[in-house]
Design a protein around this ligand. Sequence first.
Ligand SMILES: Nc1ncnc2c1ncn2[C@@H]1O[C@H](COP(=O)(O)OP(=O)(O)O)[C@@H](O)[C@H]1O
Ligand SMILES: [Mg+2]
Length: 505
Amino acid sequence: MLSRRLSLRSVVGRVIAVTAVGAAAIGATLGLFFAANTRLKEANADSVRAARVSAAAFDVRGKITELGSAIRGVVASPDRASIARWRRAESAWEPSLETLARAAATSEDQEQRTEALRFEIRLYVTDYGDPLVRIAQLSPAAARSSDANTEGSRRLQQILDHTDGVAQSAAVEAAQRSADASRLAHQATVAGIVALVLTPVLLILLGIWLARLVAEPLRQTVEAASAVAAGNFDVRLPERRRDEFGSLARAFNAMTQSLATSRRELIERAESLEQSERHKSELITMVSHEVRTPLASVLGFTRLLLERDVSEAERRRYLEIVDSEATRLAGLVSDFLDARLIEEGQFALRREPFDLGALVREQAELTLAHDDAHELALQLPDEPLSVEGDRARLTQVVGNVLSNAVKYSPGGGTITVGARASAGVARVWVADEGDGIPPEHREQLFEPFYRGGAAAAGIPGTGLGLAVSRRIVEAHEGHIGFDPLERGTRFWFDVPLYAGNGNGR
Ligand SMILES: Nc1ncnc2c1ncn2[C@@H]1O[C@H](COP(=O)(O)OP(=O)(O)O)[C@@H](O)[C@H]1O
Ligand SMILES: [Mg+2]
């Protein structure tokens, strides 16, 4: 997790990396300044030391010159005073040389030169000075021999040269350090100027880079979030980035998608609730409307029978009306119960093998028994048409299609009822010569409560018959449909043939 967050792909990682590079550059510039300052200080200290070394060397030079003058004084007149001067000079050079040695101690070269110098002076005093003083005391003339003096002058000059060498070495070293320091100071100045020019440019570039890295995706996110807040769940953020904004975009898109899905589901649920509410209120309207008429007749005629003396013939006619209206009421109630079955989607079939042809004949004859307006034409096979199904339910389907054929051809005509086996199914059809079904009503005919133009035409009904029939036929793995005819309509349905005892053609 931590390594992922700090990788160079992440915004945090990249900002940290760029800041670190900038900080390193500033640190390097400052380091250069610091180094230059230290070198300058050192060079300063070196020149002070060189000055000290030259001063000490000058002092030593004086002492050596004094040694030379003192020995020349002794040679010229070896008296007490000149010898005392020699003794003083002899003891005076060493402290001065000690000072020089201390000043030169920091440089190996100068230290060696100083030690060599000490040795040379000591040798000059012991090997040349002291013996010459003794010779001068014994034989002044011998001491004044030019050989001895020439040798003394040569050695003295050599010592003086070496003394100057120490001072010169210190001066050369100081000059070199100072040259180093000034070169570094120059470099530091150049680096400083470059940094001065580059820093604002780099800061501006960094600002632009940060803006593109952060500000642009941030703006897109804010816009998308506002759109979602306003109810638009179709907005999507680009997911191609591989940093935190890419992850944000993916999470955001998943969120809007799931919001859109939930909203769609909510709307669908609300719509289906609304539809079932509508069905319920339609059912109530239907029940109150459809039940009222037959109930009024039943009540009217029973009251008539109770309150009045009527002839035997009249009594019979009234009771027949009461019977037929009560039957109609019972049919309505069973339709309404079936409507509940459609809503709840359960249909338990009690399957048994039986002759569908016989059932069709029975129902057709029963329905048209008291109907003088219609002719019945039967087209049934001679042999039984065996199917395995729920007899009562299929009776309901046939009865419904037959009663529709009668109801929706009020002008009369022939009603053709047929059945036949074909391609593994038993097909039943009922054709009437009524007014037919206008194209605009054809699609919804099998929906519960849909009555097309029947309600307006004043034909009683619930709009449930075909819906229930379709559920029953489909529960038998069959199909139901209709074909508009030149005059009237032919309704048909198929159910599978009974395979048990080799029925069918
Ligand atoms: N044979 C037919 N001829 C014309 N219209 C029909 C026929 N059968 C059904 N319909 C139309 O289909 C509608 C639905 O029929 P159905 O579900 O049986 O309900 P109902 O008969 O109670 O009105 C009817 O209202 C009617 O408009
Ligand atoms: Mg009907």
